[in-house]
Design a binder for this molecule. Structure first.
Ligand code: NAD
Length: 461
């Protein structure tokens, strides 16, 4: 008999949001058979037909937005506003891909004299494996271009919060032939490994930790799959001596650190500040952290929800304890929305840590929680060296009033994207830059994402 697992509300751990059946290897096998069979007909549909089906799906998802948002808050913990942004962006992405499809799929004349055309062909079954911190948007970013380009897809979200994604897939499936898109809930060890190693999977898109990414790459190599990896990060923010630390800048910095309780691959995870501005920055950041209201994401007053799961809660609280034991200064700020229910959820108040050095665990690891080390530097060369002293290279930010200085710093920071006086996401969904170093590689912006799920072949007249 297959195992089941309970999906828990992280703001009230006694509440089971849903009980799900864990996929066995046989379930994955069956799903891949279905996906392979569906590919035969789906890959022959026109881009216009696929676009039209995706538009219909997006319309239904829009009507279900309030229901999806609330479910997402209950299983993930994010405050309502942040959860809604994730779902909205997933829907927008579906619409954008639908709009792009007819133009993108046109053959391209690459040599007029002979002439030679570049034509695209869908690859087959795509597997999408996603993490718990942002399971909806990060899955949509992969499977929507995959099925839009004519592939079929099997999606495996993490088991901590799979329900909203599964509900979205049900809604989308009202508009797709059977087998084109399937969601499977299962463990990494069973369902994940099977997807990464099965020969029928031609493309694998993984978002998650660097450690798992390595394993997936290894398994995928056996059948030479096309691999897409978006992995962990330890984003630095460098605050220069001339940084403008007004209220807006501090609000943007706070958001860059504490969005989704810090459980964001592209959150600020280390701050290096010019020593002349250390006290001012810490004072202002502490004041801003003090305005954070930690509670159940369903209550509108909440500005920061709980951590998502027990393992993450134990890791982050343990990390903070170890900082205190080492004698680092831990400044804990913020307000508990409802103190009597504090221990009923995985709640953690935000903290600023002073006195940490390069070798300290908090500076080296990906904390994925609301605790940030602030480390002073004397010269910028030293700050860059420390910022680059990590296996990761997702994003970074520079905080300065001097645009030229910002560009000079950005040129030296090893990151997929560098933000000036901000640290966040690109507001336009068309724009995305992949991580570098051990943060992975991928192109997920617009046509690049569609290209990823296709083979280009030449046609010479
Ligand atoms: P994780 O690597 O533990 O798990 C991610 C997914 O992989 C889950 O669905 C899990 O079940 C599956 N998995 C685990 N072991 C597997 C295996 N051996 N074979 C196949 N699949 C396996 O990561 P997580 O804890 O869910 O997520 C947090 C991590 O994800 C952080 O490191 C974070 O930075 C990273 N992340 C990266 C991005 C990005 O775009 N770069 C975005 C979000 C999260």
């Amino acid at each position: 008999m297959a195992d089941t697992t309970d999906v828990i509300n992280p703001a009230k751990i006694s509440e089971v949001v849903g009980r799900v059946r864990m996929a066995t290897e046989a379930d994955v096998d069956h799903a891949l058979d279905q996906a392979q069979a569906a590919f035969q007909t789906w890959s022959r549909t026109t881009p216009e037909e696929r676009a039209s089906r995706l538009c219909d799906a997006a319309r239904d998802l829009r009507s279900a937005l309030p229901e999806l948002t609330r479910l997402f808050v209950r299983e993930n913990g994010k405050p309502l506003r942040e959860a809604e942004i994730d779902i909205r962006r997933s829907i927008e992405l579906t619409e954008i891909v639908a709009k792009d499809l007819p133009q993108w799929s046109k053959p391209e004349l690459i040599e007029p004299d002979q002439p030679v055309w570049a034509r695209r062909r869908a690859r087959g079954v795509a597997a999408v494996i996603s993490p718990w911190n942002s399971p909806v948007l990060l899955s949509f970013k992969r499977f929507i271009p995959a099925i839009g380009a004519g592939n079929t897809a099997v999606v495996k979200p993490a088991t901590y919060c799979p329900l909203t994604l599964v509900r979205c897939v049900e809604i989308i499936n009202r508009h797709l032939p059977s087998g084109v898109l399937q969601a499977l809930i299962g463990s990494g060890a069973v369902a994940g490994e099977k997807l990464a190693s099965d020969k029928r999977v031609r493309t694998i898109a993984f978002t998650g930790s660097t450690e798992t990414g390595r394993r997936i790459m290894e398994l995928a190599s056996r059948s030479v799959k096309k691999v897409f990896l978006e992995l962990g990060g330890n984003d630095p923010a460098i605050v220069s001596s001339d940084a403008k630390l007004d209220e807006d800048a501090i609000a943007r910095m706070t958001h860059g650190i504490l969005r989704a309780s810090g459980q964001v691959c592209v959150a600020i995870k280390r701050i290096y500040v010019h020593h002349s501005r250390l006290n001012e920055l810490v004072e202002k950041l502490a004041r801003s952290f003090d305005r954070v209201v930690v509670g159940n994401g369903l209550i509108p007053e909440t500005t920061m929800g709980p951590l998502n799961n027990r393992a993450q809660f134990d890791f982050v609280t343990g990390l903070i304890d170890r900082c205190t034991q080492k004698g680092l200064v831990v400044m804990t700020k913020g307000r508990k929305l409802f103190p009597p229910a504090w221990n009923e959820g995985f709640f953690v108040l935000p903290s600023i840590v002073l006195g940490a050095g390069e070798d300290d665990e908090l500076v080296r690891c990906e904390q994925f929680g609301p605790v940030i080390p602030v480390v002073p530097f004397v010269n910028e060369h030293d700050a860059i060296e420390r910022a680059n002293n990590t296996p990761y290279g997702l994003r970074a930010s520079v905080w300065t009033a001097d645009r030229h200085r910002a560009e000079a710093l950005a040129d030296q920071i090893e990151a997929g994207a560098v933000f000036l006086n901000d640290h966040g996401i690109f507001s336009n969904l068309h724009i995305e830059f992949p991580g570098i170093k051990q943060s992975g590689f991928s192109r997920e912006s617009r046509w690049a994402a569609l290209d990823h799920y296709t083979d280009t072949y030449g046609f010479a007249e």
